[in-house]
Design a protein around this ligand. Structure first.
Ligand SMILES: C[S@@+](CC[C@H](N)C(=O)[O-])C[C@H]1O[C@@H](n2cnc3c(N)ncnc32)[C@H](O)[C@@H]1O
Length: 299
């Protein structure tokens, strides 16, 4: 695939047909003949550079169905997932297939497995793969909340409404030390996912705030995408579900002990208060008696 760049830096994808630009027409034959790295001229004489598209071009030019992941988040996910050529990775849901394209580049020649439940979204993703020459993604029409078929995975990537429902499958299907990553737009989703990870994973949650600078005026650009979502990265360190249950039970019995202790303390305080009230009453009544006695003597 080739893209053309005009003198102002605007990008055009070459689709195999004559191109009509602001600077005039370029014949498809001319572009076909031109080597990547060379230039072609419009019929009005303006030069366009011809290069291969890279991942940023793909992201700008891909078709979108559901909310697609951004470059900043996808880049972080690929980095934190520790992916390299040959890594076994599962992604869900496929959506428009944007994160799959990042994953496919990272793990080739290994293929990415991508679970999706909606055929209309899978169709958009397949078109994007075809458009950008990606042939190492397999979309499976499958509900990931019902389980994972693949074994021994290096990483699982989730961009789903209820990622916490996948944790119990991830514990079984990831390699020890494997990475589970979830991207969620809301912090409530991230919190539920965090709680489901329990003691089987080392984990951290963050968001990426990317600010561009306008270098002509040397100050931050006035427009930015402020919030996209939260990323939780979790590394499998045990499959100790039983232990995790034990810890929960221990926590519960400790809580019960603490509650009992605080009840006992309350009771003790109450009985001490009652005692001190009684002492005060005794002192008071003695004082009254003394006063009455002294009045009698005076009279
Ligand atoms: C926000 S989109 C994912 C976008 C994708 N990360 C991308 O970069 O294009 C969420 C997708 O998850 C799919 N989905 C929701 N629940 C699912 C499930 N239980 N199993 C598989 N896919 C699911 C939806 O149909 C939707 O396509």
């Amino acid at each position: 695939m080739k893209i053309l760049i005009d003198p102002k830096g605007r990008k055009y994808i070459f689709k195999g047909e004559d191109m009509h630009t602001k600077d005039g027409m370029i014949k498809a034959d001319e572009i076909n003949k031109c080597e990547v790295g060379g230039t072609v001229k419009t019929h009005l004489g303006t030069e366009y550079a011809v290069i291969h598209p890279n991942i940023t071009d793909i992201l700008q030019k891909a078709r979108r169905g559901p909310q697609a992941i951004t470059l900043k988040d996808a880049s972080l996910i690929v980095g934190y997932a520790n992916l390299h050529s040959g890594s076994k990775v599962l992604n869900s849901g496929t959506g428009s297939g944007i994160i799959d394209i990042f994953l496919a580049y990272a793990v080739e020649p290994e293929k990415v497995i991508s679970y999706e439940i909606r055929e209309d979204f899978a169709k958009i993703a397949r078109k994007n793969f075809e458009k950008f020459g990606i042939d190492n993604v397999e979309i499976k029409m499958k509900n990931i909340y019902e389980g994972i078929d693949e074994e021994n995975l290096d990483a699982i990537i989730l961009d789903l409404p209820e990622p916490w429902l996948v944790v119990r499958f991830a514990v079984e299907k990831l390699k020890m030390g494997g990475i589970l990553i979830s991207f969620s737009p809301s912090i409530e989703q991230s919190k539920k996912f965090h709680d489901a990870l329990d003691i089987n994973f080392l984990q951290e949650t963050f968001e990426c705030v990317l600010r561009n600078w306008d270098m002509k005026v040397v100050r931050p650009c006035s427009r930015m995408i402020a919030h996209t979502g939260f990323i939780t990265v979790a590394r499998l360190i045990s499959r100790n579900k039983a232990k995790s249950e034990e810890i929960k039970d221990m926590k519960k019995s400790e809580e019960i002990k603490d509650m009992k202790k605080s009840e006992e303390i309350k009771d003790m305080k109450k009985s001490e208060e009652i005692k001190s009230d009684e002492v005060n009453n005794e002192v008071e009544s003695e004082e009254i008696n003394n006063e009455v006695e002294s009045e009698k003597i005076n009279n």
